[in-house]
Design a protein around this ligand. Sequence first.
Ligand code: Z5A
Ligand code: MG
Length: 218
Amino acid sequence: PTCEEDGRGALVVVEGLDRAGKSSQCEILARRLQEMGHQVRYVRFPDRSTPIGKLIDNYLRGQSQLDDHSIHLLFSANRWEAARSIQEDIANGVSVIVDRYSYSGAVYSAAKGNSNLSLQWAWQPEVGLPRPDLCLFLSISTEEAARRGGFGVERYENDTMQKRVRELFLSLIELPHNDEICVIDAGKSVGEVAGDILEPVLECMKNVDAIGPLRKLG
Ligand code: Z5A
Ligand code: MG
């Protein structure tokens, strides 16, 4: 009964620090929406399956060295290569749930210790990508994240980096034009967080035709 008739789908992005539970929540959300009769696709960035994604994967696993600008642009290119299919799905009434997007892109590059990439510079390649109708920011303290198991072996998985990432995320959220951001307390149980997420997502899906066509990031 809740199947979209001829309206467009919604673009819902899930962002947050490491181990905030983004991937777990995206999976639960996609499944729940499907069970409710909605058409949904789950997309995650980086998408390590494409040729660009494989370069990113090698870099993250420490198997290649790349200039900071270069890897930054690869992360962005990895979103651009998916942009058309996201737009098509949205136009066809499929809602797209995205695990990490442009906010991660800008923040992780700008947080790097000895890089001189500003947040403004890092945002520029994102301009023109499909703009989320809703961005859920899963907020978690560094202490709670630490309780969810130690860091993996990938680049960026260390305390200093995580602290900078957190500060930069918070500075982005406070920008007045970022009205699509909804902060979720991700320190609760998996089930509670899933419940808190569902409501704003359903609200967004209901209102998406009032927003008009999918917008572009500016
Ligand atoms: N990166 C970048 O630099 N530029 C970009 O443009 C993009 C990304 C897109 C890899 O990303 C790196 O790429 C990442 C950012 C950078 N760097 N770092 N560090 P990724 O998305 O592939 O990272 P990941 O390793 O898949 O996921 P994650 O983000 O670290 O985790 P998560 O998805 O937020 O959490 P999870 O996998 O759902 O859960 C983590 C654990 O916590 C797991 O054991 C769960 O069972 C547990 N968990 C989850 N929720 C809960 C609750 N509520 N309570 C208790 N335990 C929980
Ligand atoms: Mg994840």
